[in-house]
Design a protein around this ligand. Structure first.
Ligand SMILES: Cc1ncc(COP(=O)(O)O)c(C=O)c1O
Length: 439
C-alpha cells in the first residue's frame, strides 16, 4: 500500500493511543495534543491549522508598558475591579475612534480575555428577566462559549446563519425571539469559524429586533477591524468597524486583545456596555446580585466573583497599546493584515487541489480573506476529512463542533502557517488529491 506523507502506521497508532473515538468530534485542544504527538513521533512538521493562536509578535507598546508597570511595583496591589482609569479612558476613545460609537469610560471594563467577558455577560444578561433564561447563538460560533453555558447550567438555542443571510435573517431571528425566552443573542463578527462578516443591513435587523423583543446582544469582536476588504485602520476616520451598537441600545461588546494586538498570553480583553444598558435597572437581578443595575452587577457581581479583576500589569500594557492606536502611533490593523494575505494564498492552494470553500459569500460579496477559512472535499464528511488529512500532515477542526450545519466542512486557521511552508502544503494537497481523485 502506498504510504502517505506522514506514515500511516504512526498516525493510526497515535489516534488509537489518545483514545479519541471520533476525530471529527474532538475538541480543539484534543486535536492540538494529537497533532503534537504525531509530530514528535514522525519528526515531521504539520501544517497546523487547528487552533486560533496569534502567530505574530506582540506590540512593543504593550510589552514595554507592562515591564515598566511591574518595575514600578504594581504586582503587589490588587487592581481596581472596574479597571485602571487610564485604560477605561483609552478603551472609550478606541470605541469612538474605530467604531464611531460613543460610550462612557465607566462602561469599559477590563476582563481576563474575552473568554471571561463572555462568562460575566452570560451571568448577568441571562438573569435580567426571570422568564428570559436562554441564550441564542447565531452560529457557527466559538465552541467554548457553549461550554461556558453548560458549566453555568444555563440554556441555549442556536441556528446556523448560512441559509439565513440578508433579508432572510429577520424572519428566522424573530421566530426565536417571539417565543419570549431569549435573553441574549451572541455572535462573533468577523465570525469564528466561518469568517463571514455581517453586513450593516444584517446588523440593523439584529439591533432592531433586539430592541423590539428587549433582548441583549453580545457582539463578540475577537477579530476587531480584521475585515481587510475595508481599511479600518485610521482612528477617527471612516470606514469603521461595523456594529449592532448603531441600531440598538441593548448591546455589550467583547473586544479581545488576543488577535488584534497579538496579546493572547496576557489574557486581557475589554467588556464594553452601552451607556443605557449599564444604568438600566432590572428588578429580577436582585435574585443573584446586590443591586438591580446591570453595570453594577457585571462589575461587582460577575467580574468580582470570577477573578476580582484583571491582571494589573496587563491593564497597563493594554492601555498603552490602545493609546498608541488612538493617537495613530500604532497601526494595529496593518500588523495583522498578513493573515489576510496568507488566507488568500492558502485558499488558492486548497481550491486548486479540489477543495471547496464552504462559507464563501457575505450576501452578494465574496468573503474576506482573514484569520480563518472553511473547506470541504467532495465525498467526505468533516469527520472523515479531518482524520484523512492527518495522514497528509494537515490539521484543522471540524465545523460540526461549531454549531454549523455544514458538517462536511472544516475550519482552517492561517495564523501558524508561514509562507515558507506553502510548498510543503502544496505537495501534501497534491498527494491528497492523487490518492482521492475527483470524478
Ligand atoms: C469568537 C471568539 N471569541 C472569544 C475568543 C477568546 O478571546 P480571548 O483570548 O480574549 O479570551 C476567541 C478566541 O479565539 C474567539 O475566536
Amino acid at each position: 500500500m502506498k504510504d502517505t506523507p506522514i506514515p500511516n502506521s504512526i498516525v493510526k497508532a497515535k489516534i488509537a493511543e489518545t483514545g479519541i473515538e471520533n476525530v471529527g468530534k474532538a475538541t480543539i485542544r484534543e486535536i492540538v495534543r494529537l497533532v503534537s504527538e504525531i509530530e514528535n513521533a514522525s519528526g515531521q512538521k504539520f501544517i497546523r491549522m487547528e487552533m486560533g493562536v496569534p502567530g505574530l509578535e506582540p506590540s512593543e507598546f504593550g510589552v514595554n508598558a507592562e515591564i515598566a508597570a511591574l518595575k514600578k511595583g504594581v504586582a503587589q496591589f490588587y487592581p481596581i475591579i472596574d479597571g485602571l482609569p487610564e485604560l477605561k479612558i483609552e478603551t472609550s476613545k478606541f470605541v469612538k475612534n474605530f467604531m464611531n460609537v460613543d460610550v462612557d469610560k465607566k462602561c469599559c471594563i477590563p476582563t481576563v480575555g474575552s473568554m471571561q467577558g463572555g462568562m460575566a455577560s452570560f451571568l448577568v444578561a441571562n438573569r435580567c428577566q426571570a422568564q428570559k433564561d436562554t441564550v441564542l447563538f447565531i452560529d457557527p460560533g466559538f465552541p467554548v462559549q457553549k461550554q461556558q453555558l453548560k458549566v453555568l447550567g444555563m440554556k441555549y438555542e442556536t441556528f446556523d446563519v448560512y441559509n439565513f443571510r440578508g433579508p432572510k435573517l429577520k424572519e428566522k431571528l424573530e421566530s426565536y425571539l417571539k417565543k419570549g425566552n431569549i435573553s441574549t443573542i451572541i455572535y462573533s463578527n468577523p465570525n469564528n469559524p466561518s469568517w463571514i462578516c455581517f453586513t450593516d443591513t444584517e446588523l440593523q435587523t439584529i439591533g432592531e429586533l433586539a430592541t423590539k423583543y428587549d433582548t441583549i446582544v453580545i457582539e463578540d469582536l475577537a477579530y476587531f477591524a480584521m475585515d481587510f476588504r475595508k481599511d479600518l485602520s485610521k482612528p477617527g476616520k471612516p470606514p469603521y468597524q461595523v456594529s449592532v451598537a448603531n441600531y440598538t441600545d441593548n448591546w455589550i461588546m467583547l473586544i479581545s486583545s488576543s488577535k488584534a494586538f497579538s496579546y493572547a498570553g496576557q489574557r486581557i480583553g475589554s467588556l464594553v456596555i452601552s451607556d443605557k444598558l449599564f444604568d438600566r435597572q432590572y428588578p429580577d437581578l436582585k435574585r443573584y446580585f446586590a443591586s438591580d443595575r446591570f453595570g453594577f452587577s457585571i462589575i461587582y457581581g460577575a467580574v468580582y466573583s470570577l477573578s476580582s479583576g484583571t491582571s494589573h500589569s496587563a491593564q497597563y500594557g493594554l492601555a498603552a497599546m490602545l493609546k498608541a492606536a488612538n493617537e495613530g502611533k500604532l497601526d494595529f490593523v496593518d500588523v495583522v493584515r498578513v493573515y489576510g494575505e496568507r488566507a488568500k494564498s492558502m485558499k488558492k492552494l486548497f481550491t486548486s487541489y479540489g477543495f471547496k470553500i464552504v462559507y464563501d459569500m457575505d450576501e452578494d460579496k465574496p468573503l474576506a480573506d482573514g484569520f480563518y477559512f472553511t473547506i470541504s472535499y467532495p465525498g467526505f464528511t468533516g469527520g472523515e476529512l479531518i482524520e484523512k488529512l492527518l495522514y497528509y500532515g494537515i490539521s484543522a477542526i471540524s465545523l460540526g463542533i461549531t454549531g454549523s450545519e455544514r458538517t462536511e466542512g472544516l475550519r482552517a486557521c492561517v495564523s501558524q502557517t508561514h509562507p515558507d511552508q506553502f510548498a510543503d502544503l502544496e505537495f501534501r494537497l497534491k498527494c491528497f488529491q492523487e490518492d482521492h481523485p475527483l470524478n
